[in-house]
Design a protein around this ligand. Structure first.
Ligand code: SF4
Length: 265
């Protein structure tokens, strides 16, 4: 790890102890199995728990496909750690918001009214600090200033922002959709500004801007700089592995089950 402090603040919003506590409550609340579904941005320990409880990993590219597959066989999921990816994906699959509720890991309780048996998706109260910086108001302001503007955002944005956009999708989908649009298309993009700035350079014949140009980029992810990477590689070349990440065998085996379920056809 070129910088030991690099990471994902969203992944840190779900730890194994919290998940085990949540599970105890869900097991006593529901008689049918709840399937845990974890975003790839989660710790190895969380993935291992998910693997050991018939659960599966998703990415932002395949979340819809995998969640649909889970709902073909089961009636309820716990989606973690990103509530927004879970909510946006489930909503896209036709599950109404009334059948979703948020699990508060710090309070160890479900924020829900009415009959808990009606819930289909329990959303972990995690979020990406970067994607919280894009708002419906920013989109409205840009649309009032720029005619024929197309807006695309990442599904880690809140659902109101996704609904105010023309389309949404993973980083790959955002890049592909912009690349496939005619030259001169006016775009406003809601995802990490490092990517938006790279796209402005990569597609000079498109008119690209961020929905919020002053939004900060991911602080933890961006700790890894070229100098750190070079230092790490030079050390490896000289036979010394610094800041090596290791995962114990039991965690490897269990988390691989969740990954294999994702990759299964
Ligand atoms: S932008 Fe940063 S905090 Fe958000 S999901 Fe990516 S790595 Fe995590």
């Amino acid at each position: 790890m070129p910088d030991a402090l690099a990471g994902c603040s969203m992944a840190d919003m779900a730890n194994l102890e919290q998940l085990e506590q949540a599970w105890q409550v869900l097991e006593t609340t529901y008689t049918e199995p709840v399937i845990p579904v974890t975003y790839i941005n989660s710790t190895a320990a969380v993935k291992a728990f998910v693997g050991n409880h018939d659960g599966v990993i998703v990415t932002s590219s395949n979340a819809e496909t995998i969640l649909k597959r889970v709902f073909d066989k089961h009636q309820r999921v716990l989606f973690l750690p990103d509530q927004h990816l879970g909510r946006n994906t489930a909503y896209q699959l036709g599950i109404p918001l009334e059948q979703m509720a948020v699990w508060h890991p710090k309070l160890n309780r479900l924020e829900a009214e009415g009959d808990l048996q009606n819930l289909k998706v329990i959303l972990w109260q995690g979020r990406c600090c970067v994607h919280q910086q894009y708002t419906v108001e920013q989109i409205a302001t840009l649309r009032s200033q720029i005619s024929d503007l197309k807006v695309i955002v990442h599904p880690e944005c809140p659902i109101e922002v996704v609904q105010a956009s023309d389309s949404y999708g993973s980083t790959k989908k955002i890049i592909d959709e912009v690349a496939a649009s005619p030259e001169g298309t006016k775009w406003a993009i809601g995802t990490d500004n490092n990517l938006v700035n790279r796209m402005i350079q990569t597609f000079p014949n498109h008119d690209i801007r961020s929905i919020n140009a002053s939004a900060f980029s991911c602080i933890t992810m961006n700790r890894i700089r070229l100098a750190h990477l070079l230092w790490t590689l030079e050390e490896i070349e000289q036979g010394s592995t610094i800041q090596q990440i290791t995962v114990d065998e039991a965690t490897q085996i269990s988390s691989l089950k969740a990954l294999d379920r994702m990759l299964a056809k």
